[in-house]
Write a protein that binds this ligand. Structure first.
Ligand code: SF4
Length: 458
């Protein structure tokens, strides 16, 4: 029977030995590395900036309930509506209700991992509402029936030629169209969608508690248009997105942009604090913020893994991770991949189904080193493994094997006595599967180290 873990293993295995995939990812990540190394030099003291940001987020997580209530109060005073969604089902119901009440037949949406959590686009389509992704990468994902590969760059796994092929098949563009031609074509298609859409749906990079504001940062301008062209704007934001005040943006926006793409600042940074005022031209008629829990409160209750809720989704840990670089984003089988996904996915979804992600790590610590929020990801991965054991999320066979292994290891004669051939047989039986098909388990030496050492000394 296929399980989440067995699917993960087989998908990872396929990707890790796919040379084409390896070449594209290595090329894209090496370009990312050059840009980010350059971008980070602009910080006078990156270490201090990261420490300060980590402290702000620590404060937020310790007082999340107050900050969220403050946000709700301020945003409502500004004329917006706040909806609390316990899970994906709640959020989807609220969205479709707003759309149906306003006879919306088509929505434009900007890039948002939170909406991926909800599987929003297929849900809207199934309910008779056309939903168009307007971020170029997400648009390519949508027209190719794919899933986002990376939390910042959804089509990182595609080459320019692949993308030209998709446009050729879908729209009849020349199969050797260059990126400029493809972008220009997409812009023309999307412009009409922006004009005709009845609502725009976006995520939020930050929510400001002090002013009741939603902050959206992006590079293409599609987010600004999604939130400002249609008459209704719906924001879907995880409850952890809170920052105390607008002043914090001076720290968080550059940290996010440099670690995400190497830019000093992302091209478009929008702050929306409510619907349009009486002048009638400075905002949408209706604006809703859906505050999504979807497992976050459960994660908040798990110490120290709750620290992962400080994440600002810059993607740096994914690019740094040797496992991610080999198995790619899709193998994780979850919205959040890489080291941050390995920490949060088991808690946000089903721990038993997704615990294997916490074992997909070399524990090299590179992810923790690059994280701008100083999240100790590799240690949290270890804490997840500990959590799995403490809560009984492991097969009985593992418990028995560990018991026997411990017994054997604590008894020298049990290790030394059995004949070499039997020991080798047992060893290969035990580790053969783990070793994988592509390498053979090593042969044990006829004599143990202890025996060899004794002989050597005598
Ligand atoms: S865990 Fe850190 S490095 Fe990874 S995406 Fe979040 S903020 Fe970025």
């Amino acid at each position: 029977m296929e399980t989440f873990a067995s699917r993960f293993l087989s998908d990872s295995n396929n990707k890790a030995f796919d040379n084409n995939h390896r070449a594209i990812i290595n090329y894209n990540i090496s370009r990312y590395n050059i840009a980010v190394t350059k971008g980070l030099q602009k910080f006078r003291d990156l270490e201090k900036a990261s420490e300060a940001a980590a402290l702000v987020k620590h404060k937020v997580l310790e007082n999340l309930d107050n900050y969220l209530q403050n946000f709700e109060k301020r945003f409502s005073e500004n004329g917006g509506s706040v909806i609390w969604a316990h899970d994906a089902g709640d959020a989807l119901e609220s969205i479709i209700k707003i759309l149906k009440e306003n006879n919306v037949g088509m929505v434009v949406k900007s890039k948002s991992m939170t909406t991926e959590e909800l599987e929003l686009v297929p849900y809207l389509e199934a309910n008779g509402v056309e939903a168009i992704e307007t971020d170029l990468g997400e648009y390519i994902v949508q027209i190719s029936g794919d899933k986002p590969y990376h939390i910042v760059t959804p089509v990182m796994h595609r080459s320019a030629e692949d993308i030209a092929g998709i446009y050729h098949k879908k729209f009849g563009l020349s199969s050797d169209s260059n990126p400029a031609e493809i972008t220009s074509f997409t812009r023309d298609v999307l412009r009409q969608k922006f004009i005709n859409a009845g609502a725009g749906i976006t995520g939020a990079n930050f929510l400001i508690a002090e002013t009741g504001s939603v902050v959206l940062t992006e590079n293409e301008g599609n987010g600004v248009m999604s939130m400002s062209w249609p008459p209704i704007h719906i924001v879907i934001a995880g409850i952890e997105k809170i920052l105390p005040s607008l002043d914090d943006l001076g720290l968080f926006l550059p940290l996010l942009s440099t670690h995400g793409t190497g830019q000093s600042l992302t091209a478009y940074n929008s702050i929306v604090s409510g619907p349009g005022r009486s002048s009638g031209n400075s905002g949408r008629a209706q604006i809703y913020v859906i505050l999504l829990d979807n497992g976050r409160t459960d994660l908040l209750g798990v110490v120290p893994q709750r620290r992962a809720l400080s994440c600002i989704r810059c993607g740096a840990c994914l690019n740094a991770c040797p496992v991610y670089r080999n198995i790619g984003g899709h193998s994780y089988g979850a919205v959040y991949s890489g080291p941050i996904g390995a920490v949060i996915t088991p808690h946000l979804k089903n721990f038993d189904h997704y615990k294997h992600l916490s074992y997909a790590s070399s524990l090299c610590g590179k992810c923790s080193e690059v994280c701008p929020l100083k999240i100790n990801l590799h240690k949290l991965i270890l804490h997840n493994r500990n959590y799995a054991v403490k809560h009984g999320y492991y097969p009985k066979i593992e418990k028995t094997s560990m018991f026997l292994w411990k017994k054997a290891m604590l008894n020298r004669s049990l290790v030394d006595k059995p004949p070499y051939a039997i020991k080798n047989f047992l060893f290969k039986k035990a580790v053969g599967k783990i070793w994988g098909k592509r390498r053979s388990a090593p042969n044990l030496k006829p004599n143990s180290f202890a025996t060899t050492w004794k002989k050597h000394k005598s």
